[in-house]
Design a protein around this ligand. Structure first.
Ligand SMILES: Cc1ncc(C[n+]2csc(CCOP(=O)(O)OP(=O)(O)O)c2C)c(N)n1
Length: 365
C-alpha cells in the first residue's frame, strides 16, 4: 500500500454493514464465509473463560457495593469481546486494557486480586506488566492506543514480531489520542489490532451523539487500515476475526480496527444510575442476546457440553470468587508517601512541601 508517486494506494475493502456472525443468538451456526468457526476445544475454552469472567465480575461488583473497592466498571454483557479478543493473543503479544477490562486481564491469567488493585485505589497497577504482557489498565481514554503503537513499533525495530491488542470503548474513538494512534499505526505498519467494544454508551452519551460514521469500523478506511464489524456477543466470531486480524498484522499486513457490537448491561460504574438516560426495553433487548447462553446452547446442541462439565466450571468460578474475597483485604497496605513517588525525578518545591506536611500530619497521628 506504500506509495510515492501521488497516486492512490490500493484501498482495503469496506467493512460490512451487517456484523460478522458465526453463531446466532439461539446458538445455531450461521455460515462461515471468510471467517472460520473456532474448533470445539477453543469454543469450550471461550465458554469457560466467560463463565469464570462473569463470576469474577459479579464478585467485584459486590465488593464495590460493600465499599471494599473504590469503584468498579462492570464487564457484564461484554464478556465475549474481552474473552474472544484475549484468547486470540499469542503468549508473546501484548494486551492494552482499560478500566472496563478486568475480565480480559483475568482471562490473560493475571491474579484477580492484583487486577483489582487499581480499582481499590491502591496503586496504578497491581500486576507486573512485563510478566503478563499486559499494560496497566488506562483510565484516560485512548491513551493505551498510542502506547500499543509505540511498543509494537519498537519491537519491530528490534526484529520481533510482537503484536498488540488494544481494548477501547466507542466513546474513546472520539479522542485525539485515538486518531493519532490509528494514523501512526497505519503509517508505520505496526501490528496492532484496535478492538472497539461498542457498548452503545459512553457513560450517558449514546453512540449517535458520538459518531456519524456508518460504523466505527468504517473509520479504519480513512487511515488505510482494514476494518471489521463483528457481533460482539458472539465469542466465536470475535475470536475468529481478531485471530485473523492479528495474523495479518504480524505478517506485515498492517493494523486493523475490529468493532464489536455489544452492550453494557450494568451501570457505567457502581456510582452511575443508567435509568436516568436509557430505557429498560433496550437493556432487555440485549439481555436476550447474552453471549454465554448463546455459546452454551451451541455446545449443548452439538453434544459437546453436559451438566457435569458446567458444574465443574461453575465450581471453579466459585473458588476464584471465594479466593478474591479472602485475599483482597489481606493485600498490602498503602504507604501514603508513595503518592509523591515516580512522577518527577526531582520533585518540585511545592510537592516537597506537601510531602512534608503529610509526614508531619502522620506523625501527629
Ligand atoms: C481523556 C478522558 N476524558 C474523559 C474521561 C472521563 N470518562 C471516563 S469513562 C468515559 C466514557 C467512556 O466511554 P467509552 O469509551 O465508550 O467506554 P466505556 O466506559 O463505555 O467502556 C469518560 C468520558 C476520561 N476517563 N478520560
Amino acid at each position: 500500500m506504500k506509495r510515492t508517486d501521488g497516486s492512490a494506494g490500493s484501498a482495503p475493502p469496506l467493512p460490512s454493514q451487517e456484523p460478522i456472525r458465526l453463531v446466532d443468538p439461539g446458538g445455531n451456526r450461521v455460515g462461515e464465509g471468510l471467517h472460520p468457526t473456532p474448533e470445539p476445544g477453543t469454543l469450550l475454552a471461550l465458554l469457560r473463560a466467560m463463565i469464570i469472567g462473569r463470576r469474577f465480575d459479579r464478585q467485584a461488583g459486590a465488593l464495590a457495593r460493600q465499599g471494599r473497592l473504590a469503584v468498579y466498571p462492570s464487564s457484564h454483557g461484554q464478556e465475549a469481546c474481552q474473552v474472544g479478543g484475549v484468547l486470540a493473543l499469542a503468549d508473546d503479544d501484548w494486551l492494552f486494557p482499560t478500566y472496563r477490562d478486568c475480565v480480559a486481564l483475568v482471562t490473560r491469567g493475571v491474579d484477580p486480586v492484583e487486577v483489582l488493585t487499581l480499582l481499590r485505589g491502591d496503586w496504578h497497577s497491581g500486576y507486573d506488566p512485563e510478566s503478563h504482557r499486559c499494560a496497566p489498565q488506562c483510565t484516560p481514554l485512548a491513551t493505551n492506543a498510542s502506547h500499543a503503537v509505540g511498543l509494537t513499533y519498537a519491537a519491530r525495530r528490534k526484529g520481533r514480531d510482537t503484536a498488540a491488542l488494544v481494548l477501547m470503548g466507542d466513546g474513546a474513538t472520539s479522542e485525539g489520542d485515538a486518531h493519532e494512534a490509528y494514523n501512526f499505526a497505519a503509517v508505520w505498519n505496526t501490528p496492532v489490532v484496535f478492538l472497539i467494544q461498542n457498548n452503545r454508551w459512553a457513560i450517558s452519551v449514546p453512540l449517535e451523539k458520538q459518531s456519524a460514521a456508518p460504523t466505527l469500523a468504517h473509520k479504519a478506511i480513512g487511515y488505510g487500515m482494514r476494518g471489521y464489524n463483528v457481533d460482539g456477543n458472539d465469542a466465536a466470531a470475535v475470536h475468529s476475526v481478531v485471530s485473523q486480524a492479528l495474523a495479518e498484522a504480524r505478517a506485515g499486513g498492517g493494523p486493523a480496527i475490529v468493532e464489536a457490537q455489544t452492550y453494557r448491561l450494568d451501570p457505567h460504574t457502581n456510582s452511575d444510575d443508567p435509568q436516568r438516560y436509557r430505557d429498560d426495553a433496550e437493556v432487555e433487548f440485549w439481555r436476550a442476546r447474552d453471549p454465554i447462553t448463546r455459546l452454551e446452547a451451541l455446545l449443548r446442541g452439538e453434544g459437546r457440553l453436559d451438566d457435569a462439565e458446567l458444574e465443574r466450571v461453575g465450581a471453579e468460578a466459585e473458588r476464584l470468587a471465594a479466593d478474591v474475597r479472602e485475599r483482597l483485604d489481606g493485600a498490602d497496605g498503602l504507604d501514603p508517601e508513595d503518592l509523591f513517588s515516580h512522577v518527577y525525578a526531582t520533585a518540585p518545591a511545592m510537592l516537597r512541601r506537601q510531602r512534608q506536611e503529610l509526614l508531619d500530619e502522620m506523625r501527629r497521628g
